[in-house]
Write a protein that binds this ligand. Structure first.
Ligand SMILES: Cc1cc2nc3c(=O)[nH]c(=O)nc-3n(C[C@H](O)[C@H](O)[C@H](O)COP(=O)(O)OP(=O)(O)OC[C@H]3O[C@@H](n4cnc5c(N)ncnc54)[C@H](O)[C@@H]3O)c2cc1C
Ligand SMILES: *[C@@H]1O[C@H](CO)[C@@H](O)[C@H](O)[C@H]1NC(C)=O
Ligand SMILES: *[C@@H]1O[C@H](CO)[C@@H](O)[C@H](O)[C@H]1NC(C)=O
Ligand SMILES: *[C@@H]1O[C@H](CO)[C@@H](O)[C@H](O)[C@H]1NC(C)=O
Ligand SMILES: *[C@@H]1O[C@H](CO)[C@@H](O)[C@H](O)[C@H]1NC(C)=O
Ligand SMILES: *[C@@H]1O[C@H](CO)[C@@H](O)[C@H](O)[C@H]1NC(C)=O
Ligand SMILES: *[C@@H]1O[C@H](CO)[C@@H](O)[C@H](O)[C@H]1NC(C)=O
Ligand SMILES: *[C@@H]1O[C@H](CO)[C@@H](O)[C@H](O)[C@H]1NC(C)=O
Ligand SMILES: *[C@@H]1O[C@H](CO)[C@@H](O)[C@H](O)[C@H]1NC(C)=O
Length: 584
């Protein structure tokens, strides 16, 4: 960023804007908001609408049908009933899932006539993107009019990166094309899938199975693949088989903020390819499609296990079992194709899904047996099952019921940390004490706090990616597992509860940091206001990512909380982004 005289001017011009009547005379170093004199006129929006062939949509809060002239009793009841369910949000151009960012500025639970219904943090307009030209037009409009712009795909993001007050959203949800190809490049020869930016895991898994293939995606079937998921790393049931989603990318089709429609691969715009592959979502360019490795399908073993704490009573034995599981994970780490997900609450320890690709159920059982013996020795009761399916899709459907959309809910705040192998080897008692502490707390509404682990070996040896080939946080390679903290609450609010949960997750993350200072954290399942976001989410890649950000987006047009270079901006109380005079 330029400094010296220019930054001094920026500093001076910022101050009067901030002190006097900000909505009418905002500094040109701040983005304009609706109500500003400089906000685009209706005729400007109409012209943009013509440019994008009528695909401009005015943003509306989902619960607008619960208020004022738009009131519709049946539609409102539907919104209220589905308020905590992702499928309400992903087909919408501007509404996102995070209760923290929705902030109930238009609540389906509040009074029909007297409660406000405002857009709040939601985008003012969205372009229903169908082509590169739509994206070029949107990016140019936002820059010409000095307004905020970001990509909204499914709206799963916890960090608030797919929404923004007074913004134009580039809504990529309808880019649903899927094609399977035989790919050849110096790095990889084999089957591949070209996925439009709007393709969600449930779309891809099913069609891949029909082609005798598997593609890497998340547990939650409604998360997009090419969007925030893969651009931030991306874990799922195939983690221990093929690595992170970002490790599987062959190339991106993207549009840069200056309007270039290009291919980013290891041989074309290699710097952009590197940054888009794990360096944080929505920040370097707008992705139209991704070409990712596909893997030959075949038998998949699955399993689950539950140790009921309440039934067993014995606290010490229960936590000894949790430690035994951690020691077992060090062994699982050496088994190609094995990935486990487990949940620890104050009431149970549950392996919710174990996945072992290209092996029958008996092999998974052999791997679990030493742990079952340890449970026996501790005198703990448990239930478990193993099975196998001829294809990955059958396995996925068994452990993620309710397809296509699954049964995930969004009335929670989450955070987490990557837990290194070294921590588990050297400081397991300290780690267990922290897990015990976290799961003994409860949220404002009295719901218990849960901890989830996703364990799979993502070393370069396993994922067959050269070190430095992508911008995935290096801590992922040292991690034995990714730990997720979940704080549940009543989606109806009040909003204070969302804020308390956010603060509580941050506190819990600090307890983990104390045990594992080098661990880092997975940006997609983390907090936007973690003060150590640069080290935790990007590690040693931060400097290079910032150089690439400045190369492809020198004016910081693309912005998201906790994105590389996002400290070029500050958010005022009214939600306006203003440029800081930092020397980045
Ligand atoms: C219920 C739930 C379950 C989850 N499960 C998993 C899981 O199993 N594994 C996992 O790894 N993560 C999981 N996540 C986290 C998920 O990876 C992130 O929320 C991710 O950001 C979602 O990406 P999206 O594109 O679907 O969502 P969005 O919120 O629409 O977008 C997220 C970010 O990506 C950017 N973006 C989206 N599309 C594009 C594009 N085409 N070009 C450029 N930028 C783009 C947006 O601008 C934003 O910054 C889960 C989240 C939720 C809420
Ligand atoms: C854009 O144009 C289409 C087609 O004329 C129209 O239906 C739509 O309402 C317009 N969008 C906005 C935001 O006015
Ligand atoms: C949510 O709304 C409250 C006021 O009700 C406000 O203080 C807070 O800043 C808002 N949070 C976000 C993330 O917009
Ligand atoms: C967005 O565009 C797609 C493709 O043209 C169309 O099918 C869909 O109805 C549009 N969605 C909205 C909300 O306008
Ligand atoms: C890829 O190659 C295999 C055999 O080498 C062939 O059977 C298959 O049809 C090809 N797939 C595509 C999409 O071309
Ligand atoms: C958890 O740890 C915090 C910080 O060390 C401490 O204040 C708190 O008392 C602990 N809670 C429990 C239940 O151990
Ligand atoms: C677990 O936490 C919940 C809510 O905080 C509490 O009601 C319950 O008694 C706790 N159970 C155990 C076994 O500690
Ligand atoms: C991870 O997987 C690779 C390849 O299977 C293996 O060589 C290695 O021992 C495993 N564990 C660690 C800690 O690297
Ligand atoms: C989360 O939302 C679901 C569905 O609305 C609800 O059943 C559940 O009770 C909520 N969780 C909490 C802790 O309030």
């Amino acid at each position: 960023m330029p400094h010296g005289t220019l930054s001094l001017l920026a500093c001076i011009s910022l101050l009067p804007g901030a002190l006097s009547a900000p909505s009418h005379h905002p500094s040109p170093h701040c983005r304009f908001l609706p109500g500003d004199r400089q906000w685009p006129r209706n005729s400007d929006w109409a012209q943009l609408n013509t440019t994008v062939s009528g695909r401009l949509i005015a943003g509306k809060p989902l619960a607008h049908v619960c208020h004022g002239p738009d009131y519709d009793a049946a539609a409102c009841a539907e919104v209220r009933n589905r308020w905590s369910e992702p499928p309400l949000y992903f087909p919408d151009p501007v509404n996102v899932m995070s209760p923290y960012w929705l902030n109930l500025t238009c609540s389906p639970f509040s009074d029909r006539d007297n409660a406000p219904c405002e857009l709040g943090n939601l985008a003012s307009y969205a372009i229903n993107v169908t082509s590169a030209e739509d994206v070029v037009a949107g990016l140019a409009f936002a820059q010409n009019h000095n307004i905020r712009v970001q990509v909204k795909n499914t709206g799963h993001d916890y960090l608030g990166r797919s929404t923004g007050p007074g913004s134009l959203a580039l809504w990529t949800h309808n880019l649903k094309d899927i094609a399977f190809i035989n790919y050849t490049s110096p790095q990889y020869t084999g089957p591949a899938a070209k996925l439009g930016a709007g393709v969600q895991a449930f779309d891809a898994y099913k069609v891949a199975a029909e082609h005798g293939l598997r593609v890497v995606g998340g547990y939650c079937p409604t998360v997009g693949i090419a969007g925030g998921y893969l651009q931030g790393a991306g874990h799922g049931p195939l983690l221990g088989a093929y690595g992170l989603a970002a490790d599987n990318v062959l190339e991106f089709e993207a549009v840069t903020v200056d309007g270039r429609h290009l291919t980013a691969s290891p041989t074309s715009h290699a710097d952009l390819f590197w940054a888009l592959s794990g360096g944080g979502a929505g920040n370097y360019a707008v992705v139209l499609s991704v070409t990712t490795k596909a893997h030959r399908d075949g038998v998949v073993a699955g399993g689950s296990l539950t140790v009921d704490h309440l039934q067993n009573g014995d606290d010490e034995a229960f936590w000894e079992a949790v430690q035994a599981w951690h020691r077992r994970l060090l062994v699982f780490d050496t088994i190609p194709g094995l990935t486990t997900v487990y949940r620890i609450t104050n009431a149970s320890f549950q392996v919710t899904q174990a996945t072992l690709v290209d092996h029958p159920a008996s092999d998974l059982e052999d791997n679990l047996r030493p742990f079952l013996r340890e449970l026996d020795a501790l005198g703990l009761h448990y239930t478990y099952e193993v099975n196998d399916h001829p294809s990955y899709y059958g396995h996925f459907a068994t452990y993620n019921p309710g397809l296509p959309y699954g049964s995930y809910l969004n009335n929670e705040t989450i955070g987490g940390r990557l837990v290194s192998r070294e921590t588990v080897r050297e400081r397991l008692p300290e780690l267990t004490a922290v897990l015990r502490n976290i799961t003994s707390t409860q949220t404002g509404t009295g719901a218990p706090v849960n901890v989830n682990g996703v364990a799979g070996n993502a070393t370069h040896l396993r994922t067959v990616t050269a070190p430095g080939r992508n911008a995935v946080l290096p801590a992922w390679r040292e991690a034995l597992y990714h730990l997720i903290i979940e704080e549940w609450f009543d989606g109806a609010g009040p909003v204070d509860v969302f804020q308390e949960a956010q603060a509580a997750v941050n506190e819990h993350q600090e307890l983990l940091r104390a045990v594992d200072p080098e661990g880092g954290a997975y940006i997609n399942e983390a907090t936007f206001d973690n003060p150590a976001w640069k080290e935790d989410y990007f590690g040693e890649n931060y400097g290079e990512l910032l150089r690439i950000k400045k190369r492809y987006d020198p004016d910081f047009v693309l912005y998201g909380p906790s994105a590389v270079g996002s400290d070029a901006w500050t958010r005022t109380a009214e939600g306006r982004l203003c440029r800081r005079h930092l020397d980045l």
